[in-house]
Design a protein around this ligand. Structure first.
Ligand code: ATP
Ligand code: MG
Length: 431
């Protein structure tokens, strides 16, 4: 993709009102534009990142045996009256009548809708267990939307729902999601701490939140400091993280984690990027859902629900990975793999060589953002450092005459002068 034909409105100055670095960088790097308080348009670069994150979330959900579907954003109020949550939900729910005066709402979550759909189709124990999910926009009229996409009003969520016949099955579905979450966050280049969330009023509830450690996080969490030493590249990392889960309240942490040696209880701030919940028959019982059990007697299915903040993750990844010059995208979610910087697009030989390199990279499946703008080199370097693509391939007439191009790794700043062939081989995994 040629930058001169792209839509990438970057900003030189930090916009007023953006308090945290991820929000500032998302605006400056041209990822999003605010259209109303807590509501954002995803510009082309931001959209690519959002879709890559969603693809990783989808891959791990599918691997865990969850089945994808898509439910609407708009729901009828009647559904929520069946569960008793319509009145209880409060002003965070955006409610409105349609032209016939029917009460509608923009879904803040989908427990009711999926319980009703599954209830109307599942009749026997053979239809269970099942875990279904979708990746869909939600609306919550947050009292204080802030920090850009981190606490938006409209946001993209993956939400999964499990239906099981007995508590053992319910626990197994919960565990499958737990493992999928650790894999998902590791694939995104993030270390997510599973935090034991306080149980609700119904006995037997089980719940974990997943937090990214960051000073700008809105939650305070307590955890075994041994977590800081877990290497994400270690295949045992998911198991180790799981053994070291943390608590949201210090008293809980001290009471339940007596196995944490004194002095090893760390206190940090976290960004909640996921939340899993096993709540048993709460919705199925309220909404009259039962299936015929193995012995012929009716069984009320046990349910869990499992959310990931897909759009919040864009901000969380930037909080975890940036420097003074801009964003540093992990390879797995970068909007493009390589920034191909043409230092002299006005020089036909240079432009020809760069176009050939772009063609070869793209043919090998590498996503290239080709900076062919008529601009000074310093401006090009600054733009590319700001938008944070993992690699920069810098090509100019002097280097070409000497048979070299320059390859820079954004994360480390490491630079190598290479022949164009070796640079291509590195970027396409050929050496
Ligand atoms: P929070 O405590 O941050 O308000 P929540 O507990 O209300 O979140 P859940 O109902 O658990 O949120 O939703 C699942 C996930 O959706 C959260 O873990 C979070 O990552 C994401 N999420 C929730 N609210 C927002 C929001 N306003 N903006 C962006 N993402 C959100
Ligand atoms: Mg939550």
């Amino acid at each position: 993709m040629r930058l001169s034909r792209h839509f990438l409105p970057t900003l030189r100055e930090t916009p007023a009102g953006a308090e945290i670095v991820s929000h500032q960088l998302m605006l400056r790097a041209g990822l999003i534009r605010q259209t109303a308080a807590g509501i954002y348009a995803w510009l082309p670069l931001g959209h690519r990142v959002l879709m890559r994150i969603a693809a990783i979330v989808r891959r791990e959900q599918d691997r865990a045996g969850a089945i994808e579907m898509l439910m609407p954003t708009i729901q009828p109020a009647d559904l929520w009256r069946q569960s008793g949550r319509y009145e209880a939900y409060g002003p965070e729910m955006l409610r409105f009548p349609d032209r016939h005066g029917r009460e509608m709402l923009y879904g803040p979550t989908n427990e009711e809708m999926l319980t009703a759909i599954f209830r109307d189709c599942a009749t026997s124990y053979r239809d269970l267990p099942r875990t279904l999910y979708h990746i869909q926009w939600k609306f919550r009229d947050e009292v204080r939307p802030r920090f850009g996409v981190m606490r938006g009003r409209e946001f993209l969520m993956k939400d999964a729902y499990s239906f099981d016949l007995d508590p053992e099955g319910g626990k197994a579905s919960y565990d499958a999601q737990f493992t999928a979450y650790l894999r998902t966050f590791a694939a995104l280049g993030l270390k997510a701490v599973p935090v034991r969330a306080p149980s609700g009023p119904i006995g037997g509830d089980l719940s974990h939140e997943f937090h990214i450690i960051a000073d700008t996080g809105e939650s305070e969490i307590f955890y075994d400091a041994a977590l800081d030493d877990v290497d994400l590249a270690d295949p045992e990392a998911p198991a180790r993280l799981r053994g070291l889960y943390a608590m949201e309240a210090e008293e809980h942490a001290r009471a339940a984690e007596c196995r944490v040696p004194p002095g090893r209880l760390a206190r940090r701030r976290g960004i909640e990027v996921g939340h899993i919940f096993f709540f048993g028959t709460k919705y199925s019982a309220a909404m009259g859902f039962s299936v015929q059990g193995r012995d012929g007697a009716p069984v009320t299915p046990l349910m869990g629900s499992y959310g990931i903040g897909v759009s919040r993750l864009v901000g969380a990844i930037i909080e975890a990975s940036h420097d003074a010059a801009g964003i540093i995208w992990p390879d797995s979610v970068a909007p493009y793999d390589v920034a191909l910087i043409d230092l002299r697009p006005d020089d036909p030989d240079c432009a020809g060589a760069v176009a050939a390199l772009a063609g070869q990279l793209e043919a090998a499946g590498v996503a290239v953002l080709h900076d062919d703008r008529d601009a000074r080199p310093g401006e090009k370097f600054a733009t590319m450092d700001l938008i944070g693509l993992p690699w920069q391939l810098i090509v100019g007439p002097k280097g070409l005459a000497a048979g070299t191009v320059e390859l820079k790794r954004r994360a480390t700043g490491e630079r190598h002068m290479l022949s164009p062939e070796s640079a291509l081989a590195r970027l396409t995994g050929g050496s």
